[in-house]
Every structure is written in structure tokens, then in C-alpha cells.
Design a protein around this ligand. Structure first.
Ligand code: SAH
Length: 214
């Protein structure tokens, strides 16, 4: 890939080692992170930090998630090749690229026009082609569901009902749910038409999920 050097690859290898040490065990997730050139998703002033395990600003008051957090959410989703995955909060497009590297069909929604326009140009240039949508992720994409997996990359006040009903039976949703000043990573599994099971996976920090578009 253009602008992806041997040096970048070396830094990615170390990043993978770091997140593996922090507890990510799924080899498919680690391999996917190892293939996505994160430095190409960042503003020029932050490029030198691209392979640090940290979140960084991407404009419009938003951030590209920390690689460990992306890996954690992706691992919980248990992405199978060809799975239909809905992402809420396209942001930089980095999480979408990781999902595509895992062989998923990716549908991604962003509510900030500025970011939506930018990512729609950037990702295809790198060979990543999710289906992009501009809109309010609280509503999901009723006409494209049901989804095998839904990943929400902003802190939600609670689990939106429209997203629950767009999960396939047997499907998984990974969503950080706000509690005070942090979010609790939550895995929801749909067991039946009216049956969902919830498990909690520890505290994280996300930008808030906001209603409407802008
Ligand atoms: N997945 C992104 C993380 C971006 S941060 C990445 O890999 O870079 C979270 C994103 O969620 C922001 O871009 C924010 O604008 C978006 N967002 C917040 N509320 C939303 C909503 N209701 N619908 C869609 N996107 C939303």
C-alpha cells in the first residue's frame, strides 16, 4: 500500500504485541490490526503517534479509538467471514477497516457531516469499501438488517431499542453504556425473538453518542 513503509509495519508489529499483552487473544483480530495502516487515518500533526496505544483527535471534536479498545470490541463481536456488521460512529473509519480486514460486510453510520464526507473519500483510496450512511445511529438501518453484529463506538446512555430489534437471532451487539463519567463495555446476545442476554466487560472511555445529525 502506498505510504505504508517497512517502518510502519514494524511499529504495527510492536502495537500488536502491546495489545496482546493487555489481554487480546483472538489471532484474527490481532492480524487485522496488523494489516490496517492506522497512520493514514490520522491528522498530519498526530501521525507520529499513530502506533501508540492511545486515542487521538480526528476533527469535529471526535477521536479515533484506542487500538486496544478497537481490538476489545472486535474480539467481543466474534466476527465470522461474510458476517453482516453494523457500526455506529464511523469517525475516522479505522474500526470499519479492521472489520473489513476480518472479512465482514460492513455498514457504518456517522452523524457528523464533516467526518462522513472525509471518510467516504479516504477509505476507498486505501481499498476499504464499507457501505457508508449519514444519519442518526440511534435508529440503525432497519431496511438493511438484521445484523450478525452491531458495534457502537460512542458512549450510549442506554441500549437503543431500535438497535436491539435489528440484531439477528444469535447475533451480538457490543456497546459501551454510560455510567457516571465512564462507560461499561456491554455485550448483548439475542437469544430469541424477545430474548436478550447481557454481559458486562469493564470500564472504558468514549465520546458520547449524540441524537440527530449535524
Ligand atoms: N469508530 C470510530 C470511532 C469514532 S468516535 C473510529 O474507528 O475512528 C465516535 C463517533 O461516533 C464520532 O465520529 C461521532 O460523531 C459518532 N457518533 C456519535 N453519536 C452518533 C450517532 N447517534 N450516530 C452515528 N454516529 C454517532
Amino acid at each position: 500500500m502506498e505510504n505504508d513503509t517497512l517502518q510502519h509495519r514494524g511499529m504495527r508489529k510492536r502495537l500488536i504485541e502491546t495489545i496482546a499483552q493487555k489481554g487480546i487473544t483472538d489471532k484474527n483480530v490481532l492480524d487485522a490490526i496488523g494489516r490496517v495502516p492506522r497512520h493514514l487515518f490520522m491528522e498530519s500533526s498526530f501521525i507520529r503517534f499513530a502506533y501508540k496505544d492511545q486515542a487521538f483527535p480526528i476533527g469535529a471534536g471526535q477521536t479515533i479509538s484506542q487500538p486496544y479498545t478497537v481490538a476489545f470490541q472486535t474480539q467481543l463481536l466474534q466476527v465470522e467471514p461474510n458476517a453482516k456488521i453494523l457500526e455506529i460512529g464511523t469517525g475516522s473509519g479505522y474500526q470499519a477497516a479492521v472489520l473489513l480486514e476480518m472479512g465482514a460486510q460492513v455498514f457504518t453510520i456517522e452523524r457528523q457531516q464533516e467526518l462522513f464526507v472525509k471518510v467516504q473519500q479516504l477509505l476507498p483510496q486505501m481499498g476499504y469499501n464499507p457501505r457508508f450512511f449519514y444519519g442518526d445511529g440511534y435508529k440503525g438501518l432497519p431496511t438493511y438488517g438484521p445484523f450478525d453484529g452491531i458495534v457502537v463506538t460512542a458512549g450510549a446512555p442506554s441500549i437503543p431499542n431500535d438497535l436491539k430489534t435489528q440484531m439477528a437471532i444469535g447475533g451480538r451487539m457490543v456497546i459501551p453504556v454510560s455510567k457516571g463519567d465512564h462507560q461499561v463495555m456491554t455485550l448483548l446476545q439475542r437469544r430469541g425473538e424477545n430474548e436478550w442476554e447481557e454481559q458486562l466487560y469493564g470500564d472504558f472511555a468514549f465520546v458520547p453518542m449524540v441524537k440527530g445529525t449535524n
